[in-house]
Design a protein around this ligand. Sequence first.
Ligand code: GLA
Length: 401
Amino acid sequence: MKKIVIVLTILISINTFAQKFEGLAETPPLGWNSWNTFGTDINEQLVKDVADKFIELGLKDAGYEYIVLDDGWMAKERDANGNLIADPVKFPNGMKALAEYIHAKGLKFGLYNCAGSETCAGYPGSRGYEYQDARSYASWDVDYLKYDWCNTEKLSAEGAYMTMRDALKAAGRPMVFSICEWGDSEPWKWAKEVGHLWRVSGDIINCWDCEVGHGSWSSWGVWKIINMRKDIRKVAGPGHWNDFDMMEVGNGMTDAEDRSHFAMWSMLASPLIMGNDLRIASKETIKTLANKEVIGINQDKLGIQGFRFSNENNVEVWLKPLANNEWAMTFVNMDSKPIEIDFDWEKHEIGDDLNGRRMDTKNNTFKVRDLYNHKNLGDTSNNLKVEIGVHDVLMVKLEKI
Ligand code: GLA
């Protein structure tokens, strides 16, 4: 009995001491990641150009902060002491110099690795090197680690991610810990104490609602991911987010589809991580990505993930409660022809059962603000009447008058 008590006490105290860094992602992280456009074809100049574009295009001003290098930044082998090294051809000045460049612009720097023996693209993984790798990242002034799940054989996901969390903590430099386990072992059930965000699906692809098979795995279009994981909203909140994957805005869908994608990621309180080539982005793409009114919905300090209110007649209607008893509401036209919305506020009970919040339009009037067109559309004493184009969106904020 005594022994059991001692073992239990030790286990409980280990658990109490092991912690992630708190206070790093009180609202969903905003940034850019290299993978969706560049794969492993990345280099120092590209990253510097991206950092410059953050400033030039007003993206930093809109709130974007992290520049994250995904798979392919390392040399194929560790050095003689087992340390990770940056690919000397792609990154001739190493990671610390790159971090310095990014920090000098007031931005933050992220890197990628993997819980397995190798990364998904076949570079050295962190398995067995967790503490050593965490010390390298800390010595290079890294601010964010995305940690993948390839080549993990029979590892327990929870255990593997806890090990890396503890390694980061021990290395002593606060880093956002981005869990990329694709939702396989339901991280929303255990990752709140482990990381700041966790992927909820396999990889995104730049289409509206498709699935592209690759043998043992699939890539998923925007609406496939939304529909797959719309029911896990209660676990999201300040410091711990469902990550619906890096965005495909600017990567080939129509401008309307990009607007809807961006609106939905904002409604879902997903991290907003751009995945396009900022050096050649169109004006329309930047207009979408840098829309402060839409980003404001994503960054609302309550951190409540939005939910589907209805999906009838090819219109998806989503709601997100906001601070100060305000609401965000998003109508997406799923049809292949334009649609007329005629929404009668009197006829709908708007509320969120998860937290008992209600929008009382019978006793109060709310101003209706169109967040993409930056104009007021009257108030809730009249029906909301708008035409929405194919796969386009109407996103409004409702503020009590
Ligand atoms: C996995 C991840 C992607 C990307 C690649 C890199 O597929 O889910 O986001 O990091 O690995 O190889």
